[in-house]
Ligand binder design. Structure first.
Ligand code: 13P
Length: 252
């Protein structure tokens, strides 16, 4: 049985005090209200990862939004996967479309970042997704195939078991325009099949594939009913405890 995971990516939002309040609210609400078995992951700005990691418990975990590919050294302003691990987090988002778009991160660089995450016994949440232009000219499968193959196909079967894939169509991020359940399921099945061809069914059947892009409590139930959608990577709706916990509760 593959894990169901709902992760909240807070992006560059919240003061420290607000981040602490959100963390304690989510931890308490999940422990009080949620009876399902999905895992919850809180992914604050890196400055708060240490504090958030000390507050999570039960089925709530913490993560970081990015890391540098090197272990340590003269890389002013960067943080390593080993540092994230030492703060108690368990997940690192790699290759979010905002990193690809605004910070020029390529599949080749992301492959190195994934290695660094896995070398530190963390789980990578590897993001992929096409732009609107790419979908409109029907290039989305080609783009997704390069993102997945160039970022992940160098891994061993054992390593791939510590990777979560997040499909986030760029046109659905922060736009209020969610992919339809059929569109998302079609891509998730495509990704799982790519992974099956490379790593075999025993691995691909167990890879958690999250959907991201304007997920809200009212579209989560339907999205989560699709056979290959194993959770969500949530942006805007993760910034408030009630809206985020309601998305977690949509995963029965
Ligand atoms: P929104 O949920 O705000 O569309 O953001 C999705 C996202 O980018 C999560 O990583």
């Amino acid at each position: 049985m593959r894990k169901k995971i709902i992760a909240g990516n807070w992006k560059m939002n919240k003061s420290f005090d607000d981040a602490m309040a959100l963390t304690s609210e989510v931890v308490n609400m999940i422990n009080d209200e949620y009876k399902g078995s999905a895992l919850t992951v809180l992914i604050p700005p890196s400055l708060y990862v240490n504090s958030v990691s000390r507050m999570v418990k039960g089925n709530v975990f913490s993560g970081a939004q990015n890391c540098h590919q090197e272990v340590s050294g003269a890389f002013t302003g960067e943080i390593s996967a080993a540092m994230i691990k030492s703060c108690g987090a368990e997940y690192v988002i790699i290759g979010h479309s905002e990193r690809r778009q605004y910070f020029g991160e390529t599949n080749a660089l992301l492959a190195k970042k994934v290695d660094s995450v896995l070398a530190n016994n963390l789980t990578a949440i590897y993001c992929c997704g096409e732009t609107l232009e790419e979908r409109e000219v029907n290039k989305h499968f080609e783009v997704l195939k390069s993102q997945i193959s160039e970022g992940l196909f160098h891994l061993t079967n054992e390593q791939m078991q510590h990777v979560v894939v997040a499909y986030e169509p760029v046109w659905a991020i922060g736009t209020g325009k969610t992919a339809s359940t059929a569109q998302a399921q079609e891509v998730h099945a495509f990704i799982r099949n790519l992974l099956k061809e490379k790593f075999g069914a025993a691995v691909s059947d167990n890879v958690t594939i999250q959907y991201g892009g304007s997920v809200k409590a009212d579209n989560a139930v339907e999205l989560f009913s699709a056979p290959d959608i194993d959770g969500a990577l949530v942006g805007g709706a993760a910034l408030q405890s009630r809206s985020f916990v309601d998305i977690v509760k949509a995963m029965k």
